[in-house]
Design a binder for this molecule. Structure first.
Ligand code: ATP
Length: 356
């Protein structure tokens, strides 16, 4: 999981967004009775599928925003609507305050090429071109001269760890390396936002972990805004500053990994996160009893965003409560009982209640 250093200004603002597939689809969002039908009833009555239903959210500058949900929940449709690769049926979308639905074709092309680049699972590399020329492809489309695009492509190739492979063809690369080429190609155009559609789901688990770490590293180095689709909860928890959890076209909960795991919005979310190792997600900021410890020594001195697993090690090693310290100030204290409460599955609102 990365820590957002971002200001809270939105890159994307989405409000009341709908995407309905099927005949007379535009009638569905406008009709409260039809809009309230569940998926099966809607299909029977109208022949339509509402892939995205009345969804509103902001993607903040510099964050990794994860869209998570089971297959068919509407993730790809939602993210494709952001740049109108799929035309929304109703609602509004803005990027930096500019109305995406009002953009003409050339403005849209500019949006997709420069401002919000997409990295797909099937990366569509050009088989007869070298790695370097594949990475430079987006720059070529932009009309940038050969020398300059090769220079820029070489820089990103190094950034994603493919140095030395510049002259290979895609067929001479592993799946993970090909995905790095896809990532480098998107990065080469230096977009404001990177949109990832399940980019790693075809990779084997170890390579997948490498790629996840790569994304975290790139995000830390560059602070680029990222929207990341996944159906994998662990991937979502690892990468997301915030996660939008989708079900049947709706966002059922939007929050930090800690909020989703610690305060599930309903039984569906609760069931979804049931097996998450809570000690690896919940932070000591949540587990602590707030208030200065009163001493000068601050035993343990944990950072507020340290996870509970780390705190358990510190507390059990020293045999005494540990302080949570930020900017030299003691924010609170964690003891064994509070840490165990978190691990045992107490929800945020209940942690430490009996101890108070
Ligand atoms: N072109 C289309 N025409 C009709 N229905 C569609 C179309 N595209 C998607 N759907 C339907 O919309 C719903 C959401 O699909 P979507 O691909 O957005 O889900 P997803 O969460 O990305 O799934 P996955 O994880 O399997 O990719 C599904 O019920 C799907 O069958």
């Amino acid at each position: 999981m990365s820590t957002s250093t971002a200001a809270n200004s939105p890159v994307f603002s989405v409000d009341g967004l709908w995407k309905v597939f099927g005949p007379k689809s535009e009638q569905i969002p406008a009709d409260p009775e039809l809009a309230a039908l569940d998926a099966a009833e809607l299909r029977t009555r109208t022949g339509c599928t509402a892939a995205v239903r009345d969804v509103s959210f902001d993607v903040r500058k510099g964050e990794v925003f994860v869209v998570m949900g089971l297959s068919g929940s509407g993730k790809s449709t939602l993210v494709r609507c952001l740049t109108r690769l799929i035309e929304p049926t109703a609602g509004s979308i803005a990027i930096d305050g500019e109305d995406v639905r009002a953009m003409d074709r050339s403005r849209l092309r500019e949006l997709r090429r420069h401002r919000a680049a997409m990295v797909f699972q099937h990366f569509g590399l050009l088989p007869h071109r070298t790695v370097l020329d594949n990475v430079a492809y987006g720059l070529e489309i932009q009309g940038i001269g050969k020398a300059e695009r090769r220079r820029r492509a070489a820089e990103v190739v190094t950034k994603v760890g493919l140095e030395g492979m510049e002259q290979r063809r895609p067929g001479q690369l592993s799946g993970g390396q090909r995905q790095r080429v896809g990532l480098a190609r998107a990065l080469a155009v230096d977009p404001q936002v990177l949109l990832f559609d399940e980019p790693f789901s075809a990779l084997d688990p170890l390579i997948r972990r490498d790629m996840q770490e790569e994304v975290v590293r790139l995000h830390h180095e560059e602070g680029r805004t990222m929207v990341f689709i996944t159906h994998d909860l662990n991937e979502a928890l690892k990468l997301g500053d915030r996660i939008a959890l989708m079900r049947d076209g709706r966002i059922v909960q939007l929050g930090t990994p800690e909020e989703i795991v610690g305060s599930p919005a309903d039984d569906y979310v609760r069931e979804f996160v049931r097996d998450v190792p809570r000690a690896d997600v919940m932070t000591v900021r949540t587990a602590m009893r707030a208030g200065d410890c009163g001493g000068a020594e601050h035993p343990g001195a944990l950072a507020a965003d340290a996870v509970v697993a780390e705190a358990i090690k510190v507390v059990s090693r020293s045999g005494r409560p540990a302080c949570v310290v930020e900017d030299g100030r003691c924010l609170g204290v964690v003891d064994q009982a509070r840490l165990l409460d978190v691990v045992a599955g107490a929800e945020l609102a209940d942690i430490g209640k009996e101890a108070v």
